[in-house]
Design a protein around this ligand. Sequence first.
Ligand SMILES: C[S@@+](CC[C@H](N)C(=O)[O-])C[C@H]1O[C@@H](n2cnc3c(N)ncnc32)[C@H](O)[C@@H]1O
Length: 194
Amino acid sequence: MSEIQTFAREFLRDPLNVASLVPSGGPLCRQAAAPLPETGDPVVLDLGAGTGQVTDVLQERLAGRGRHIAVEFNPRMAALLAERHPKVEVLCDDANAVVERLLAEGVRADLTVSGLPWLVTAPTTGPSIFEALARLAAPGGAVTQLAHAWIRFFPTAKQVQRNLEAAFEEVVVSRTVWANVPPAVVYVARRPRP
Ligand SMILES: C[S@@+](CC[C@H](N)C(=O)[O-])C[C@H]1O[C@@H](n2cnc3c(N)ncnc32)[C@H](O)[C@@H]1O
């Protein structure tokens, strides 16, 4: 079964958590990975990694440097990810729990790329994951969040942006990536609020 078929099958099983019928395309993943430092050994967190499209781009850009942690709580997608990317630390777990663990271990992320759905980025109760990601960011670090363009003006999507702005002083929305199916944008957040 191809990655696209696996992704679509998992969407049909669990549409709210998978949140997309198809995985992100290359141009969108490259946009999300753009803030990755070109030099040194960055720590990169890849949240809601799915079948690994963002993971592919990050691995290509890292080219053996740094530390790459991918988090995916769907066991079938996590298994596929681990098989495709033996050099990536693949954790089959809830992103919130992993971020709290990394904070407790003193890890700081130069870049976090999140493909996480609304259930995590705009929860109806409690804080969004962005508050913890702001604390996890290394000095000069960034958080990028993928979003389908057509839902940007839905109340829940607006809440995602408000949650980002509550945690970061700078939140920039990219131009629409029309080459993606469906067209999408990337929020780029920097400078965690104290
Ligand atoms: C929209 S897909 C994005 C997949 C991939 N990053 C991409 O861009 O193609 C969202 C992914 O987040 C995963 N996910 C949802 N909630 C999660 C959570 N709390 N912790 C970890 N992964 C989660 C889903 O299983 C799904 O694979």
